[in-house]
Design a binder for this molecule. Sequence first.
Ligand SMILES: Cc1cc2nc3c(=O)[nH]c(=O)nc-3n(C[C@H](O)[C@H](O)[C@H](O)COP(=O)(O)O)c2cc1C
Length: 182
Amino acid sequence: MNTRELPTPNEGATPFPARQELADIIQRNILSRRSVRTFKPVALPEESLERLLKAGNSAPSAGGLQSRKFIPVTHHDDIQFIIEYIFSARVRQNKELFRNVPCILLMCANIATATQRYKRGRLYAIQDATLAGQNIMLMAHALGIGSCWIGQIRERKLVQRFNIGSDYKLIGLIALGYQTDV
Ligand SMILES: Cc1cc2nc3c(=O)[nH]c(=O)nc-3n(C[C@H](O)[C@H](O)[C@H](O)COP(=O)(O)O)c2cc1C
């Protein structure tokens, strides 16, 4: 059967009302999220960080292997080190960006685990970590926490500093914190 011939449900029969409510909330969350790059010097509560990591761990993963790891960095000196090695023009031009961010997640794909099972494992591990990242950023937004994905990094410097083993690929960072008043 060609998809065009599939019957469409009667209006009101589906989606079920509870799902419609969920769809509206999710749509509002997705559409209103924007990258945040200026933060108040205020720490994230431990329970918020736990919720964010749980959201990340709930993302789909190839074969359910969860071929990913998130390393939360909260120590001031470590954060300043990371900021030194972000090379996006925007950040180089504006020293204020990310300066007070209280938490940065190092988003790592577990290449070793995924390639043990799959020929395309490297790609799958990167997708596992990326999908987790989106979950984390959307959950952050719902919790009133601003976030920004950062891909322009000096990877080798960060891998060395944070002892990220060769089984992993550091695919990016997520800055997390409370946005300055705009
Ligand atoms: C793969 C990737 C890499 C990114 N790298 C950076 C970065 O290095 N620095 C930065 O400030 N923002 C970075 N961003 C954030 C984008 O600039 C941002 O998502 C885009 O401008 C759209 O804006 P929005 O997130 O507010 O919708 C990156 C986003 C993605 C998905």
